[in-house]
Design a binder for this molecule. Structure first.
Ligand SMILES: *Cc1c(COP(=O)(O)O)cnc(C)c1O
Length: 401
C-alpha cells in the first residue's frame, strides 16, 4: 500500500526550499510499518516472517520493519553488524554462499538463531568453530532443488548455480551434519528465486519444499523443525496496478500447510523485495530535454548510480511525474506534450537509462520524475560514486518521530 499523495507533498515542499535540482530517496516509514504489519497478519500461526536485509539495510528502514517481523535474514558479517548494532536480541538467520571463518565466528558469537550452510566444507568449518567454543551451531542446509517454479526474474536454484547443495550431494551433507556433534541440523533452506509474481506457482514451489522435507524425514528416520522457503515474492514493475495477491496467497497457504505440513514444522519466509519495495521512492528533477535523431530524451539529476535496478534488469522503472510550476529563467521553458520520452540519468554512459520510450502527457524541465517501488534493491545495489556526482538526499516520512 502506498501513500502517494503524502510522498508527492513532501517532495513538493522539499523543492520549494531549494533552487538546486532535486534528487532524493524518500522512505515512507509510516507506510512501511503498515505494509509490513499487513504482510504478517494473515500468515498461518506456524509461519515466521523474516526480513532479508540486503534489499534495504538503511537503519531507519530496519527499525520500522523490526516490530512487525520475527527477525532478520543477513548474508554477510556487515549486515549482521548493522542488525546487532540496532537490536541486541532480535532473532537473526545468517546465510550467504561464501562465508569466511571470521563471519562464522561472528555469527556464533552474535547468537544467531540459525545458520544456513551451503557446502560440506562449510559445514566442517562451522563444526570446528562451534566445537572450539564449546557451543552448538543450529543449522539449516541450503538445498538447490532440481525443480523449482518458473516465471521469476532471477533463479538461484533448479539449475546449476553457486548456491546451496544440489540433490546429488544433499544426502552426504545430511549424513555429515548428523555425525558432527557441534552441528544441530534443524532443517532446510530453499531460497530459489527473486521477483516471482505468480501466486499459484509460488504455492506449488512451497509444496515442493514441504515434500522434500517430508521425504528426508522418512529417509533419515528423524524429524526436522524448520522449512525455510526463502524470499522471492515479486513486484509487478511493469504493471503497478496489479500486485502480488498476498491475502489470497496467505489464505491458500493455510490450506496448503494443513494438507502438506507436519505440525512440528515451522515455516520461514525471508522476504526482501515484497517488504521493502513499495514504500521507497526515488525522485529526480528534469535537467534537460532534447530530441536526438527522432527520440526524445529527458536528462535527470540522478540516474542508475542511485537506482541501478532498471539498468540491471533492462526494464522500464515505473514512475509518475510531479509537476513543478515555478520557473525562474527569463526564457521559454522546454516542454513536451504527449510524446514518448526516454528517461536518462546524468552519467556519461549510454547505459544510464531508467525508462525507455514511455508516453508522457507533459514533461518540462524542472518537473520531478518520481520512481515508485524503489525501496528494495535501489540505493543498496547501486554504484554511488561512479562519476562523483553528489548523493541524493534521504527523506523519511515519519509522523511518530
Ligand atoms: C536475497 C535473498 C532473499 C530475499 O529475496 P527477495 O527476492 O528480496 O524476497 C532471501 N533469502 C536469501 C538467501 C537471499 O539471498
Amino acid at each position: 500500500m502506498e501513500r502517494l499523495s503524502d510522498v508527492i507533498q513532501v517532495i513538493t515542499d522539499h523543492k520549494t526550499k531549494q533552487q538546486a535540482p532535486l534528487c532524493a530517496y524518500v522512505y515512507d516509514l509510516e507506510g512501511l510499518r503498515a505494509h509490513t504489519a499487513r504482510l504478517s497478519a494473515p500468515l498461518p500461526p506456524s509461519v515466521r516472517l523474516f526480513y532479508a536485509v540486503k534489499a534495504n539495510a538503511d537503519p531507519r528502514v530496519l527499525q520500522a520493519i523490526q516490530p512487525h517481523v520475527a527477525g532478520f535474514e543477513v548474508a554477510s558479517g556487515g549486515e549482521l553488524q548493522k542488525v546487532r548494532r540496532l537490536f541486541a536480541d532480535t532473532p537473526v538467520i545468517f546465510g550467504g554462499p561464501g562465508k569466511t571463518d571470521e563471519e562464522l565466528i561472528a555469527a556464533t558469537e552474535a547468537r544467531v538463531a540459525l545458520i544456513h550452510v551451503e557446502s560440506i566444507w562449510e559445514l566442517q568449518r562451522l563444526h570446528w568453530i562451534a566445537a572450539e567454543r564449546q557451543t552448538t551451531a543450529r543449522v539449516l542446509l541450503r538445498v538447490n532443488l532440481r525443480q523449482t517454479a518458473p516465471g521469476a526474474t532471477l533463479h538461484m536454484a533448479g539449475k546449476p548455480t553457486q548456491f546451496g547443495l544440489d540433490e546429488w550431494h544433499i544426502g552426504e551433507a545430511i549424513r555429515t551434519a548428523l555425525a558432527l556433534p557441534s552441528i544441530d541440523l534443524q532443517g532446510f533452506h530453499f531460497h530459489a528465486m527473486s521477483n516471482h509474481t505468480d501466486e499459484q506457482a509460488h504455492l506449488a514451489f512451497i509444496e515442493t519444499c514441504l515434500s522434500f522435507v517430508r521425504q528426508t524425514e522418512k529417509t533419515y528416520g528423524r524429524p526436522f523443525s524448520f522449512v525455510n522457503v526463502g524470499g522471492g515474492v515479486g513486484v509487478h514493475y511493469n504493471d503497478p496496478d496489479r500486485q502480488f495477491r498476498w491475502d489470497w496467497f496467505a489464505k491458500e497457504l493455510h490450506l496448503l500447510l494443513r494438507r502438506h505440513a507436519s505440525p512440528h514444522w515451522t515455516v520461514i519466509f525471508e522476504l526482501g523485495r515484497l517488504i521493502a519495495a513499495h514504500n521507497g521512492y526515488y525522485a529526480a528533477e528534469v535537467l534537460d530535454l532534447k530530441n536526438n535523431y527522432g527520440t526524445y530524451f529527458a536528462i535527470l539529476r540522478g540516474g542508475i548510480h542511485h537506482l541501478r535496478l532498471p539498468a540491471a534488469w533492462k526494464m522500464n522503472h515505473p514512475f509518475l511525474i510531479i509537476p513543478i510550476n515555478e520557473w525562474r529563467y527569463p526564457f521559454d521553458r522546454p516542454s513536451l506534450f504527449g510524446e514518448r520520452v526516454t528517461l536518462a540519468g546524468e552519467l556519461c554512459t549510454p547505459n544510464d537509462i531508467l525508462a525507455r520510450d514511455v508516453p508522457c502527457a507533459r514533461l518540462r524541465v524542472g518537473d520531478i520524475v518520481l520512481f515508485r517501488y524503489a525501496g528494495a534493491y535501489g540505493w543498496d545495489i547501486s554504484h554511488h560514486d561512479f562519476l562523483s556526482h553528489p548523493h541524493p538526499d534521504f527523506i523519511y516520512l515519519d509522523s511518530s518521530s
